[in-house]
Design a protein. Structure first.
Ligand code: ADP
Length: 546
């Protein structure tokens, strides 16, 4: 086989593979069909070219020349068709396109007569080079016109294309120019210009780069395609080898090799396909997860915003209800008739409860949005606890509970705290102790170790299952005992308390032997204020970033 026959064989293989692949896999049917037609033209031309090169007689050569001319006749028009479909300009150039198909079909009919190819003659290394008939010259003019026109359209589209399409058009454009320039080297010898058809192999580049552009456009996986291509190449070589077998024994041997390689290639392509598919799926899943994550984050933000807006809206009417109920209770509007005392008390109690919940919501949204502000100053933890106990004592007594405070007698209980927020935490613990204790006593102890101060609030109440002792510090978390005891609550107080104590660089935890055994809540902060502000600021920043 000479170099020209090899070029034609390669072109044939590439045309069949690339055309077949796009035709099979492309989702854009119009593009697939026009590309298929174009590849078919190149395949017919290459097949004819190959056998023409292998021909041993004038008659045989003439037959294959006419055969390959069939492909050559339709190559530029099918390519123009593909280009117009690709650029979505089919409608604007209808006449030119279908006019071209009609005229070229006439030339194809002419190809069956001697007016197109007169005969073959020896020229350079070619024994059977074709001689042009009268019809050949207008055909060549038309061939050139359609080839140049497609290149011109691509060039124009390239100039106005967006970056993504620009890359695609570049591939098509470069491939087309190389392909046509290569194919055009075939026409010199028809006019006795002594330039051999050295560019024939350009057709493979042509097809390859156009196909690559289409593939890129449609996001086919290049790995699978390459695997298929090399398998196809290997099998084609083995098939050729089979037909070139010198004896029947060699034929059988080559056949066995072909079947063996065929089966392994099939498995190989399949495994590549599977691998690529599963990776694509994983990537898709990851992208989806990320999207869901973003959405959740957004929804979370919206929730915090809504919580904050709603709570603010609740705040002022609630303050009014609470205020008026309190004034009525105190007799500001005259003595309260006995039968109204109970309902007014209920209004007051419920509105107070509700305003605590609203405060909790406001605190939560502040914490979540990183808007909780602290005003740290030196204060006596003992005094804070004493104030809380004094304030709540009447309520405890009303419920029939003892409430007392003790200290370990240290000289100094000073620490750097946000007094309001620290008070809020201790109030919450003592309130809870009252809420969750039916009978008995509550004790608030303040003690000082070397560089820490600990507040312990101990009650003789319902107790907490050891398994729940960490969970109760989470949002909306309530232990079963609390639900069973039928005590109302939102499950937010301890969560907020934990956030506040952590901002103080301290710790908060609960201890209980279990159900019915009472509980003790501990708050421990350092007297050493070093680093606390930085710690808090860092935390706020982290939250904001998250
Ligand atoms: P709430 O009291 O509104 O439910 P908290 O966050 O203050 O919310 O408390 C969370 C949960 O911790 C309560 O529902 C309860 O199960 C448990 N808990 C809190 N304090 C006590 C206590 N002193 N004794 C027993 N359980 C408690």
């Amino acid at each position: 086989m000479n170099i020209y026959a090899i070029s034609a064989a390669i072109n044939l293989m590439v045309a069949v593979f690339v055309g077949g692949m796009i035709w099979r896999k492309s989702q854009n049917r119009r593009l697939a069909n026009t590309f298929g037609a174009f590849s078919l033209s190149v395949a017919v031309w290459s097949l004819g070219y190959l056998f023409w090169q292998l021909s041993g007689s004038t008659g045989e050569a003439l037959f294959w020349v006419r055969f390959f001319m069939m492909g050559a006749i339709f190559t530029p028009i099918t390519f123009l068709h593909f280009t117009l479909t690709f650029l979505k300009k089919e409608k604007s150039y209808r006449t030119l396109l279908y006019g071209g198909y009609t005229i070229l079909t006439l030339f194809a009919l002419g190809n069956f007569t001697d007016y197109f190819v007169v005969g073959v003659e020896q020229i350079l290394a070619f024994n059977f080079w074709p001689e042009p008939g009268v019809l050949f010259h207008p055909f060549l003019a038309l061939w050139l016109f359609y080839a140049v026109f497609a290149v011109y359209l691509l060039y124009n589209a390239y100039k106005s294309a967006e970056s993504d399409t620009k890359i695609q058009i570049t591939y098509i454009f470069i491939g087309t120019v190389i392909g046509y320039a290569g194919a055009a080297t075939n026409y010199f010898l028809w006019y006795n210009i002594k330039i051999p058809p050295i560019g024939t192999i350009g057709s493979s580049i042509y097809l390859g780069s156009v196909a690559y552009a289409v593939v890129k456009h449609q996001l086919f996986n290049i790995k699978v395609i390459l695997a298929e291509f090399f398998s196809w190449l290997l099998l084609s070589i083995l098939v050729i080898n089979l037909f070139l077998s010198s004896s029947s024994q060699a034929f059988i041997k080559n056949l066995v090799i072909l079947i063996g390689v065929g089966i392994s290639v099939l498995f190989f392509v399949r495994s590549v396909y599977r691998e690529v598919k599963s990776r694509e799926k994983a990537e898709e899943l990851a992208a989806e997860l990320q999207e869901v994550n973003q959405e959740l984050k957004y929804m979370d933000q919206q929730k915090s915003k809504m919580l904050s807006i709603a709570s603010h809206q609740f705040r002022s009417p609630l303050t009014s209800i609470e205020g008026y109920a309190s004034m009525m209770k105190k007799g500001t509007y005259g003595e309260v008739p006995e039968h109204l005392e109970k309902p007014i008390n209920r209004i007051f109690k419920s509105s107070t409860q509700l305003s605590h919940i609203v405060d909790d919501f406001l605190n939560i949204s502040r914490i979540e949005q990183g808007r909780m502000e602290y005003d740290f100053q030196e204060a006596s933890v003992k005094d804070i606890v004493a104030d809380v106990v004094d304030e709540i004592k009447p309520t405890a007594n009303e419920e029939g509970l003892e409430l007392a405070m003790t200290t370990d007698g240290a000289d100094d209980y000073t620490a750097e705290v946000d007094v309001d927020k620290f008070t809020q935490v201790i109030t919450n613990l003592v309130d809870n102790a009252i809420k969750y204790t039916q009978e008995g006593s509550i004790e608030a102890r303040v003690s000082r170790e070397e560089d820490t101060i600990t507040v312990a609030v101990e009650d003789s109440g319902i107790g907490i299952d050891p398994e729940d002792q960490d969970a109760i510090f989470e949002q909306f978390s309530r232990a079963d005992e609390a639900k069973e005891a039928d005590v109302v609550g939102s499950g937010l107080g301890l969560y907020i308390a934990k956030q506040i104590i952590e901002a103080h660089d301290g710790e908060i935890w609960a201890e209980s032997e279990g159900e019915g055994e009472g509980s003790t809540f501990f708050v421990q902060i350092k007297t050493d204020k070093k680093d606390r502000h930085q710690n808090h600021e860092r935390e706020v920043m982290n939250k904001e970033q998250a």
